[in-house]
Design a protein around this ligand. Structure first.
Ligand code: PEP
Length: 251
């Protein structure tokens, strides 16, 4: 039995005022919902505020990225230690925006996963193919390559604690969602690949779907047997939408 998890990725959005309002509304909206783990990943500077607003309740906080070095002279970077000190339990690694815009390779993402896990953070590891890769029939090959890089570097034993997010790049922020069946097919493949390395862990590992999830399409996606919740971008910036998605995961 896998407890569904819904994580909000605010990306480079938000303000102290927005965080105060959204955390208050999400906090209030969660009363009566007990079967879903909820994580908020705000920009770094809003992490302490969100952590305080969560007030030990059922909302955990995560970073959107981390640097792998030991603390020291790395201007502009954030270590696992700083994230943990600020209240983070989770960290997103390998988001497609980091891969495409900041040149993060499979190897670097695998390294970030290893360091995050070793320092005590739960990594949310993003995998996903571009539109060109999907149209070329390479989806399975791409997500397997991305997953194997993580397994080789961080070890299969990080699962089931570590979390995977399948996010087709063509569905992120585009309004275009994978169909329930398209998403389920890739999730099943990821679980199958994971089972090759860690058969017991694979069954308990949470595999989230991400890519234009909204309250209207969440229930269909989350009803698929291998979809265990979502990584939510745009819809996590509005409390009512985010809560609608959480409710869909709870049902
Ligand atoms: C994301 O950023 O991880 C994401 C899935 O974004 P959106 O929900 O806006 O497509």
């Amino acid at each position: 039995m896998r407890t569904p998890l819904v994580a909000g990725n605010w990306k480079m959005n938000g303000s102290r005022a927005m965080a105060a309002g959204l955390m208050k509304d999400v906090h209030a909206g969660l009363s009566g919902i007990s079967g879903v783990d909820v994580v908020i990943c705000p920009p770094f500077v809003l992490v302490p505020q969100c952590f305080q607003a969560a007030d030990g309740a059922s909302i955990a906080v995560g970073g959107q990225n981390l640097d792998t070095h030991e603390p020291g002279a790395f201007t502009g970077e954030i270590s696992a230690e700083i994230l943990i000190d600020a209240g983070c339990e989770y960290v997103i690694v390998g988001h497609s925006e980091r891969r495409a815009l900041y040149g993060e390779t499979d190897e670097l993402i695998a390294h970030k996963t290893r360091v995050a896990f070793a320092k005590g953070l739960t990594p949310i590891i993003c995998l996903g193919e571009t539109l060109e890769e999907r149209e070329a029939g390479a989806t399975g090959e791409v997500v397997t390559r991305q997953l194997v890089a993580v397994l080789d570097e961080a070890g299969p034993e990080i699962f089931p604690q570590a979390i995977i997010a399948y996010e087709p790049v063509w569905a992120i922020g585009t309004g275009r969602t994978a169909t329930d069946g398209q998403a389920q097919d890739v999730h099943a493949l990821v679980r199958e690949q994971l089972a090759v390395a860690n058969s017991a862990g694979a069954q308990s590992t949470r595999i989230l779907y991400g890519g234009s999830v909204k309250p209207e399409n969440a229930a269909g996606l989350f009803s698929q047997p291998d979809i265990d919740g979502g990584l939510i971008g745009g819809a996590s910036l509005k409390a009512e939408d985010f809560l609608g998605i959480i409710r869909a995961a709870n049902s």
